[in-house]
Design a protein around this ligand. Structure first.
Ligand code: GLA
Length: 425
């Protein structure tokens, strides 16, 4: 059994609710247990993941949780603390029965079914269970609530497998990055969003006080120190929710793919002997110098989209170099630049996000801010000196509603650990 102080608070709360939510006379096979996985913020490297590029996220101290018990059949019954509703599906016939079962489930449970279908496809041994699903990652608030739910689902699968399915670096059924890739596939099938691997990998790899540099092509990663006691990360939610899939995320992805095709053709024509040119597969393979030389061959929109992505990969390397030297304050200006690129070149910002960034810009002690995640709504990330937290809070509370007619919500996050599971006895 795990030290109770290490079990995230929301997991304890879900465990307390379990006997209330599931009180029928079922014979369970195992003890009460809990599984959890964190949300994430992304310091820099936005919309670079699906361009085979680089990202620099950190897992935050907010988690999605399951608390429940193993059954002796293939049924999964769930109670959502957020939505106050039950959902039920069967492991039998997965992944083939995914489509058929999906239709009858509420949105949140589709992610769980999607992950179970992918685990079944991977041949992982699974068992049925009853569980309360909850957590404190703000839903749809830009901290990747869906990815944290997916990764927590895999942990729940391991917890309720009775030791047959393990997750870890060595001698385990699945390695952390295999879990991330599997959850990314589940996200695609559950939501239709052609998302990259940023959110799921950040959730799988979190470490207290560390940012994670991830190469989204090789899936290699390494940790960088991110803990300056004088600074805080504030996440400010616009309150604007737009379905990413319908609001241009998939379109941006297509535009990047189109830009790659054009640039590869042009560069191979101009540099016929070049192996590098022939091997261009993604924007990640085009250097800023090469882009400057050939960008005039792209239609104007694609030039802006590709220009943003190539510059953003460079910004990731700049931030990495600063973190290696423990110069966290110097990261600030790079965040403002990232926002300008997302707003003007990649065009995934919106009035509300721009307003929050402008308000932050006027507050002394805010070192940098930018929109975070897919965009078109969601939240901003702000790197703030501790003494400026209150001033920024007041500025947002006053000016954001004045300019947008909406309320923003403000959270302070810390770089936290990754997913886990435990039995209570
Ligand atoms: C969403 C997607 C991620 C990533 C970001 C933008 O959060 O899920 O894969 O593409 O947008 O960086």
């Amino acid at each position: 059994m795990m030290d109770a102080t290490k079990i995230p608070q929301p997991a304890q709360q879900a465990a307390e609710q379990f006997p209330i939510a599931f009180h029928d006379q079922i014979t369970y096979v195992g003890p009460l247990g809990a599984a959890w996985a964190p949300g994430r913020v992304n310091l820099i490297g936005e919309h670079t993941d699906y361009n085979d590029g680089f990202v620099l996220p950190l897992a935050v101290d907010r988690v999605a949780v399951f608390a429940g018990r193993r059954r002796d059949d293939t049924t999964i019954r769930l109670w959502s603390q957020h939505f106050k509703e039950y959902a039920q599906f069967s492991l039998a016939g997965l992944p083939e029965t995914f489509e058929q079962q999906r239709g009858g489930l509420p949105g949140w449970a589709r992610y769980i079914l999607g992950v179970m279908a992918e685990l079944a496809r991977a041949g992982v041994p699974l068992s049925g269970f009853d569980a309360v699903v909850g957590g404190d990652v703000p839903l749809g608030g830009g901290m990747s609530s869906s990815a944290s739910l997916e990764v927590a689902t895999v942990q729940a699968g391991a917890l309720f497998s009775g030791g047959k399915f393990t997750i870890g670096e060595e001698n385990a059924t699945l390695k952390p990055m295999e879990v991330a890739a599997l959850c990314q596939r589940a996200e695609h099938s559950a939501s239709g969003l052609r998302s990259g691997i940023l959110d799921q990998s950040a959730s799988c790899l979190g470490k207290p006080g560390k940012a994670i540099l991830i190469d989204c092509r090789s899936l290699e990663y390494r940790y960088l120190p991110f803990a300056d006691p004088a600074l805080s990360l504030m996440v400010i939610d616009t309150g604007v929710r737009r379905e990413l899939a319908t609001s241009g995320y998939n379109e941006r992805r297509q535009q990047c793919e189109e830009a790659v095709k054009i640039l590869r053709d042009v560069i191979t024509q101009h540099e016929p002997g070049s192996m590098q040119a022939q091997q261009i597969r993604a924007l990640r393979d085009i250097s800023p110098e090469q882009f400057a030389r050939y960008k005039q061959y792209l239609p104007e929109i694609l030039r802006r989209r590709a220009g943003y992505v190539i510059a953003e990969d460079e910004r990731v390397f700049q931030v990495v170099a600063l973190l290696e030297k423990h110069q966290v304050e110097a990261v600030g200006p790079i965040l403002w630049q990232g926002h300008a690129g997302l707003r003007d070149e990649y065009e995934v910002s919106c009035v509300e996000l721009d307003t929050l960034v402008e308000v932050a810009h006027q507050v002394p002690g805010v070192l940098g801010a930018r929109m975070m995640g897919g965009g078109f709504g969601g939240c901003t990330i702000n790197l703030v000196r501790n003494e400026a937290i209150e001033t920024l809070r007041q500025a947002v509370e006053q000016r954001y509603p004045e300019r947008t007619g909406r309320q923003a919500s403000i959270d302070i996050c810390r770089a936290a650990g990754g997913p886990g599971h435990t039995s209570f006895s």
